[in-house]
Structure formats: structure tokens, C-alpha cells
Design a protein around this ligand. Structure first.
Ligand code: G3P
Ligand code: CA
Length: 277
């Protein structure tokens, strides 16, 4: 995958700049898919403790297209899957992840806070999840912080994806532009997603183009019809997070979102089967 003819400067472009871009994706599948994607946010995290193997297994069973997960790096250089920068919320430990070894992290129970039925759940490594996901589901990996906090994490991430031969069924997203830039510099072909807090479509598209990402990920609070139109004009799909109520799922799908992050992939699956596009 990759982009061709992506412009480097937007300075000379007028209001309809996005329509005239000679901006084309070299992909094996259409950038904007006919059917919106079901992206299980932290796994099926409305039903099982987030970012655990139980949540990822359920997401597969519930018909998700992708699982989304978050990664951090341990003191001894392992990529681990959890959302926060500490285990305080899910296991009661306040030490930063980058100060703990994998062995230390694996001792914590991250299922019990959710329900005693999940007692014994452990923080998975990215290796654990990719081993499970192979031939089952695609994996959207959110890099919570790049080398600014976790030295060498981008290189380790690429090495992990390559080792699992997962280039075609994984993508990496981040709010941290430096992390995305590093990944793009290291690998011109890898699939990247821009997580953005920007609201102006032009600014979002400028960033997306300069990073040569394959998708834009944005909160429903910032999603707009204008952004969707402009992104689609250059072949970029837009995925919105996090949508859990069926009425809102319908709203954002009708608006034109290409995929929704949800803690309830079963609800989205059910809704899309009732109203096939
Ligand atoms: O990737 C979308 C979403 O996961 C970003 O927010 O806080 O749930 O990681 P957060
Ligand atoms: Ca995330």
C-alpha cells in the first residue's frame, strides 16, 4: 500500500482543492468500502474487560471486522496491550508502565475490576494478540506514545508486525504526530491511521496527506459532513469513535462514516444486518 502523487504543499490550493488533487491509493481494496467497518474498541469492551484476550475473542464472535487496542512499552522493551499509562484503574497500581518489566505486569489481574467471572485475566502482549488474531480478525493498533516516552517503540512495533507477517491485516494509529512520522519514515508502505483532535477539515486532510495515512480516525464530537466529503474526495475513509447507542450508530452511518469504533460490536452488527446498505 502507499500513495502516489500526494502533494507536499497546500499553499496554492483554493476552496475546492481537495477535488483537484491527483491523489490516488495503491491498495488491494477500495479505500472507502461499501459496507462500514465494525471496529471493536478495546475489543468487545462493553461485554468483557477492555484490552483483554476475552474482549478480543468476543469481538471475533460478535462479527467485528477489526479489533482496536492500545499499546505501551515496558521497562524491558516489551509491547503490552492496555489503555492507560498505569494499571491504577484496572489493577490498582500507580507505577508508570515504562518502569515495570513484563514479568511484573503479567502478575496483575486486569479482569477482576470488571467482574469476578474474569478473575485471572492478564495484560496481553502485542505478540499474544497478533498470534490470536491471525486468520481471524484485523488489528488496529493505537500507539499511545512514541519514542518521546518509550524509546525505540516504533522500531519494535514494525519488527513485531513484520515477524507476524501481519502487514496486510494490521494498521497503526496515533494522536502523536511524531510517532506517526517516525513510523512513516521507517516504513513507507505500512498502513497508518491519523487520530486527530483537529476540527477544520482542511487541516485534518493536510496532516493526513503529509503522513500518507490510509484512514482518518476522529471523535463523533468532531465529525462533520464536510470532513467526510473532502476525505472521500481523496479516497480516505473516516472512522468515528466511540459509538455505543444504536440510534447514534444509525446517525453516523447515515452521515457517511466508513466505520465506527464501538464497545458493542454485536449492536452494530445487528443494526447493519437489519439495514444492509
Ligand atoms: O482509536 C480511537 C480511540 O480508541 C481513541 O481513544 O482513549 O479510547 O484510546 P481512546
Ligand atoms: Ca484507543
Amino acid at each position: 500500500m502507499g500513495l502516489s502523487s500526494a502533494p507536499n504543499s497546500f499553499d496554492s490550493l483554493d476552496d475546492k482543492w481537495y477535488i483537484r488533487l491527483n491523489y490516488r491509493y495503491e491498495r488491494n481494496e477500495p479505500a472507502v468500502k461499501a459496507r462500514p467497518l465494525i471496529i471493536a474498541h478495546r475489543g468487545a469492551s462493553g461485554h468483557a474487560p477492555e484490552n483483554t484476550m476475552a474482549a478480543f475473542r468476543l469481538a471475533v464472535e460478535m462479527g467485528a471486522d477489526w479489533i482496536e487496542l492500545d499499546i505501551h512499552q515496558t521497562a524491558d522493551g516489551h509491547l503490552v496491550v492496555l489503555h492507560d499509562f498505569t494499571l491504577e484503574r484496572t489493577a490498582g497500581d500507580r507505577r508508570p508502565i515504562q518502569t515495570l518489566t513484563l514479568k511484573q505486569i503479567k502478575k496483575f489481574d486486569v479482569g477482576l475490576w470488571w467482574d469476578k467471572a474474569y478473575r485471572g485475566a492478564r495484560v496481553p502482549t502485542l505478540d499474544d494478540v497478533l498470534t490470536f488474531a491471525r486468520n481471524r480478525i484485523r488489528v488496529q493498533i493505537e500507539l499511545k506514545r512514541g519514542s518521546s516516552l518509550y524509546p525505540g517503540i516504533e522500531v519494535r512495533l514494525i519488527e513485531t508486525i513484520t515477524r507476524h507477517e501481519a502487514e496486510r491485516w494490521t494498521a497503526v494509529s496515533s494522536f502523536e504526530i511524531e510517532g506517526l512520522k517516525t513510523l512513516r519514515r521507517l516504513d513507507d508502505k505500512m498502513s497508518l491511521g491519523l487520530l486527530t483532535r483537529k476540527t477544520r477539515p482542511r487541516e485534518v486532510l493536510e496532516e493526513a496527506v503529509s503522513l500518507k495515512v490510509q484512514s482518518i480516525h476522529i471523535s463523533t464530537r468532531r465529525l462533520s459532513k464536510t470532513l467526510l466529503t473532502q476525505a472521500h474526495s481523496v479516497g480516505l475513509p473516516v472512522y468515528a469513535y466511540t459509538v455505543n447507542r444504536p440510534s447514534l450508530m444509525s446517525r453516523y452511518l447515515t452521515m457517511g462514516a466508513d466505520g465506527l469504533f464501538t464497545n458493542y460490536p454485536d449492536r452494530l452488527h445487528h443494526l447493519m444486518n437489519r439495514h444492509p446498505s
